[in-house]
Design a protein. Structure first.
Length: 271
């Protein structure tokens, strides 16, 4: 009888331990998928020209993660955001369709610091591509003709994820990232502003980005703030000959130094 009671008590203890392990939150990088929805404020500035483009944006993103089981992992990120922007500079212009997408492939490694209170540091790097379309063709309140433009960045993300337990079912994940600009390409549809102007492509070779996010995760859902920033220097100059009323002129065009900041909140579901 006593032996039977001992066996039952041992079995209950094992089941209890297994349940506790299963219900405890994992802080190591896990294989899985995450869908996110974001609401943010966006502002682009060209300080030398007093140009500002601002917009509220709504975005969706997806992250797919594969953990190899030896602390290495890979990730694929995709993000799309859209909004209606306002321009101020040479007059003002409103209701400008404004959108961008961002694609990234990342690889990283988990360092587990269980002896220091239980947290993971997961540095990562990879390659990123960001494409923005500014559908600004039209006319401002001052009568200046505006034009569509697109912006493409190829960049090297370098960052680290800090992940820690809050309790047995919740955790906090914070990401800090530096983005090194490899190359930026700006395409300006100047012909929309005047028929005698050419479309111009400029290259940007100097700049960087910063990202910071913090997500409070409970069960499959998570929520938290994020901010991203870009600082891009003057592009190269492009010189072309244009003809106006049978008179030839030399046109020199460049993309001025600019900065962009976006801050918002994200809600995500992992599965």
């Amino acid at each position: 009888m006593k032996a039977t009671q001992f066996c039952l008590a041992g079995l209950l203890l094992i089941v209890s331990n297994v349940y506790a392990q299963d219900s405890s939150v994992m802080i190591a990088t896990q294989t899985g998928n995450t869908l996110g929805l974001t609401l943010s404020g966006y502002e682009y500035k060209e300080p030398s020209l007093n140009v500002v483009i601002s917009a509220p944006l709504i975005g969706v993103d997806y992250t797919g993660t594969y953990a190899f089981g030896n602390d290495w992992f890979v990730k694929a990120d995709a993000r799309y955001a859209y909004g209606s922007a306002k321009y101020s500079g040479s007059g003002t212009q409103s209701n400008i369709p404004y959108s961008y997408y961002d694609l990234r492939g990342l690889v990283g490694y988990d360092f587990n610091f269980a002896e220091l209170g239980g947290f993971v540091l997961a540095p990562f790097t990879g390659i990123g591509y960001r494409y923005l379309f500014d559908n600004q063709g039209g006319q401002t309140t001052s009568g200046a003709n505006s034009y569509n433009r697109s912006s493409a960045y190829v960049y090297l993300p370098i960052g680290v994820t800090h992940r820690m337990k809050v309790n047995d079912t919740h955790r906090l994940e914070t990401v800090v990232e530096y983005d090194y600009l490899i190359q930026g390409t700006q395409v300006s549809q100047l012909s929309q502003a005047a028929s005698y102007l050419p479309n111009v492509t400029n290259q940007q070779l100097s700049g960087y980005g910063l990202r910071l996010s913090s997500m409070y995760q409970f069960d499959a859902w998570s929520v938290g703030p994020y901010v991203s920033y870009w600082n891009i220097q003057n592009s190269n100059t492009v010189t072309q000959t244009i003809t106006v009323n049978r008179v030839s002129y030399r046109l020199t065009a460049y993309e001025p130094a600019n900065n962009t900041i976006e801050a918002g909140i994200k809600v995500a579901y992992s599965f």
